[in-house]
Design a protein around this ligand. Structure first.
Ligand code: FSX
Ligand code: SF4
Ligand code: F3S
Length: 383
C-alpha cells in the first residue's frame, strides 16, 4: 500500500470512530452552513482548497468534508497566556464568518479564555471539569508564551492565581495532542524579545511532550484550521520541520512563492516607499523584506478571508514566523547586513546596481536560491 492509501485508510477509520462518539452540538454542520447562506458546493470547494493547503491529493477532500462534519466530537481546550490575542483575531475576526470560522465554531470548544462568556470562579471550574471529563482526549491549544522568571509569577490567571507555568503543565498532562498557535506560544514571540524581562519562552520548552508549532504573528486562519482539521481527520500529528512546524505550511520560504519574485530575479527593487518602483509592485528586498529568510505559506494562503498578505499590501515580510524575529530580523525596513545568510544582500545589491544580461541575472538568482537551499538543508527531520 502506498503512503497515501495508508493515510486515507487511517483517516476513514478515524472518522468512523468519531461518528460513534456522542454528538456535542445541537446544530449539524450542514444546518450551520445553511444558516449563513453557504451552499454545499462552496463547502466542497473549501474542503478541496484546505486539502491542497495540507499538500494532500484531491481524493482526501472527501475525507476533509466528512471530518468537518464530525468535528463536534473532538473536545478542544484553548488557553491564552502572554500575548496580544492577535492569533484569535486572525482566526475569528472576519467581516462575515467564512467557512473556516464556521467549522471552528462546530468543533466542541470546551474552554476558550478569550471568547467564552464565563469568567472568574465559573471559568476556572469549567476548565477543571473539561480537563477531567475529557482526560487523554482533548486537543489542547496554547496561544501566547509562558513567562518563567520569578517562579512564573509574571503571569497569573484566575481567582486561584495559578501561574501560566502551572496551567501549562496541568493542561498538557491530560491532552490528546498539543498545538502552539502563534510565534509567542511557539518560540516566545514579542515577550521574549531582548531583554526578555519576564523570562518568556515557547510552550514546548516546559513540557515533555511533542508540541506542533503553528508560528506566525499571527498565523493565518487557514494554517490554524488546517492543523486542527489534520488532527481531527487523522488523530495524529503531521510531518514536521526541525522547528516542529507542519511541513505543509512551513516547508517553503515566503520568497519562493512571492508574486514579486520575478522582479527580484530581474533586479527590480523598491528603493523608497512611495517611489515608482513601489507603485509598480517591484521587489521589497531593499526595503527590508525578510521573505528570503522566512518559512511560511503567506503568498498562497493570505489573510483576512484570503484577500491579502504583507507583501501584497506593500510592506516587506518581517519574518514573523521565525524564532526571535523581533531581534534577528530588525530593522524591519532595512536589509540584513550582518547576518549569517548575508550572501543574499551582496547578490541583491549586485543585481540592483550592475546592468546584467538576462542570463547573468538568472545565474545570480539561482546562486541566491542555492545558497538558501544549502543553508536550510538540515532543517527537515521527517520524510
Ligand atoms: Fe503572539 Fe498571538 Fe503575535 Fe499576538 O496570541 S503571535 S503577539 S499576533 O496574538 O501570540
Ligand atoms: Fe517577495 Fe520579499 Fe522575496 Fe522580494 S524579497 S521577492 S518582496 S519575498
Ligand atoms: Fe509574517 Fe512574513 Fe507572512 S511577516 S505574515 S511570515 S509574509
Amino acid at each position: 500500500m502506498n503512503k497515501y492509501a495508508a493515510l486515507y485508510e487511517l483517516g476513514k477509520a478515524r472518522i468512523q470512530q468519531l461518528r460513534q462518539l456522542p454528538v456535542r452540538k445541537e446544530q449539524s454542520l450542514q444546518e450551520r452552513l445553511e444558516e449563513h447562506g453557504i451552499t454545499r458546493r462552496e463547502f466542497i470547494k473549501w474542503s478541496a482548497v484546505l486539502t491542497s493547503a495540507l499538500a494532500l491529493p484531491m481524493p482526501f477532500s472527501e475525507l476533509m468534508a466528512e471530518a468537518a462534519e464530525v468535528a463536534d466530537r473532538v473536545p478542544l481546550i484553548w488557553l491564552n497566556l502572554a500575548e496580544c490575542t492577535g492569533c484569535t483575531e486572525s482566526l475569528l475576526r472576519a467581516y462575515t464568518p467564512d467557512i473556516s470560522t464556521l467549522i471552528f465554531d462546530h468543533v466542541s470548544v470546551e474552554y476558550y479564555d478569550a471568547i467564552m462568556a464565563a469568567s472568574g470562579w465559573q471559568a476556572e471550574e469549567n476548565l477543571e471539569n473539561a480537563m477531567r471529563d475529557y482526560h487523554g482526549q482533548y486537543l489542547l491549544v496554547f496561544e501566547g508564551a509562558v513567562p518563567l522568571a520569578n517562579g512564573g509569577t509574571f503571569l497569573t490567571i484566575g481567582g486561584k492565581a495559578h501561574t501560566g507555568l502551572e496551567i501549562v503543565k496541568t493542561a498538557a498532562a491530560g491532552a490528546g495532542a498539543i498545538i502552539s498557535v502563534g510565534t509567542c506560544a511557539s518560540f516566545g514571540g514579542v515577550q521574549a524579545a531582548r531583554p526578555n524581562p519576564t523570562g518568556a519562552q515557547g510552550i514546548h520548552t516546559v513540557i515533555d511532550r511533542p508540541v506542533v508549532n503553528i508560528s506566525g504573528c499571527p498565523p493565518s486562519s487557514t494554517n490554524i484550521t488546517g492543523m486542527l482539521m489534520y488532527f481531527i481527520m487523522f488523530g495524529k500529528l503531521p510531518a514536521l520541520d526541525l522547528l516542529n512546524r507542519p511541513k505543509w505550511a512551513y516547508g517553503a520560504r515566503v520568497h519562493d512563492n512571492c508574486e514579486r519574485r520575478g522582479h527580484f530575479d530581474a533586479g527590480e527593487f523598491v528603493e523608497m516607499f512611495g517611489d515608482n518602483a513601489a507603485e509598480n509592485g517591484y521587489c521589497l528586498y531593499k526595503r527590508g523584506c525578510k521573505g528570503p529568510y522566512t518559512y511560511n505559506n503567506c503568498p498562497q494562503i493570505r489573510f483576512n478571508s484570503h484577500t491579502s498578505w504583507p507583501v501584497m499590501a506593500g510592506h516587506g515580510c518581517i519574518g514573523c514566523s521565525e524564532p526571535d524575529f523581533w531581534d534577528t530580523m530588525a530593522d524591519f525596513e532595512q536589509p540584513l547586513s550582518n547576518q549569517p545568510v548575508r550572501g543574499v544582500d551582496v547578490t541583491a545589491d549586485k543585481i540592483g546596481t550592475v546592468v546584467l544580461g538576462v542570463a547573468a541575472v538568472g545565474i545570480a538568482a539561482h546562486a541566491v536560491a542555492s545558497l538558501f537551499a544549502g543553508t536550510y538543508k538540515g532543517r527537515d527531520n521527517q520524510k
